[in-house]
Design a protein around this ligand. Sequence first.
Ligand code: ADP
Ligand code: MG
Length: 322
Amino acid sequence: MRKALLVVLFSTFVFSSCTRSAEPYTETELRMDTVCSITVYDEDDRTLISGAFDIIDDVVKLIDIYDSSSEIYHLNENASKESVSVSPELFALIRRAYDMSVLTDGAFNIAIGPLVELWGIGNGGETVPSAEEIEKTLLLTDYNNIILDEENRSVLFLKEGMKIDLGALGKGYAADRIAEYFRENGVESAIINLGGNVYMLGSHPEGREWTVGLQSPDTERGGYFATVACSDSSVVTSGGYERYFETEDGNIYHHILSSKTGYPASSDIVSSSIISRDSTLADMLSTATFVLGSKKGEEIVNQFSLQAVFLLENGDVKRIGI
Ligand code: ADP
Ligand code: MG
């Protein structure tokens, strides 16, 4: 019926070199449906990297909506029936995602779960839903129908079938947690590359800034359209070319959805990269700006006093704060 395909690529490259004073050590594993590659410099304790992968596993156990043993799965199954108390960690993430939903007027939408499930992009079941199905599902994606109780750390859905999806901040959050763990353990330079989320911890071992290349959507892996220099910061990219499927008639449907239309979001941005020491924030904002487009996207990036690079549909590269 369709030429279904799933593309998971690195969106970002870090240019690094090794020197005698700082031998890098890298491990690469598949996690969170993507290639995760972690490099530490000048650090003999190799168990630190396995500790980092354990942190990714912990984050998956917290927020993977498809894993029936995850905390969010339990929440989504039950919060329409009664308010559900969650761990402080999950509640804090939900709070942040809820606030971002309000701030972006739903461009970033914490309640997008039922629509993500309907489209199934990146989860094997890619089909174009009917207009009726979309309309019905959109009734379940209003974040105002999520009630958060700070005191009891509980969550209640006002409609049966609602689901919280934290997929748009998961990799950023995992990167933040790993960066924190590395800092606590004395690591001075590291690259935490979780698919399109890259965290450059500290400065480059040669004492300069890191250079990160942003991958061109159209070229083979290795081609990039811009570079960004930074230190102790993450660069998080969202693009419609990362996960998508194509129908026989050649239409492409990607995985960042608009809860205004019910269809994959379409703006003048092809790829949005946000630079921030707070990778969770950068992850939320890369998704939000991709949905909002360059004008509103720029406003919101400025609101947080961050740097960003947008690749626009017409081929222009818009740099903000750089
Ligand atoms: P990726 O995780 O592929 O790098 P994003 O950070 O942009 O890309 O997150 C996309 C994921 O977030 C989707 O797979 C889906 O689970 C969820 N999502 C899709 N659209 C939205 C949206 N408008 N707001 C919040 N989350 C979304
Ligand atoms: Mg994101």
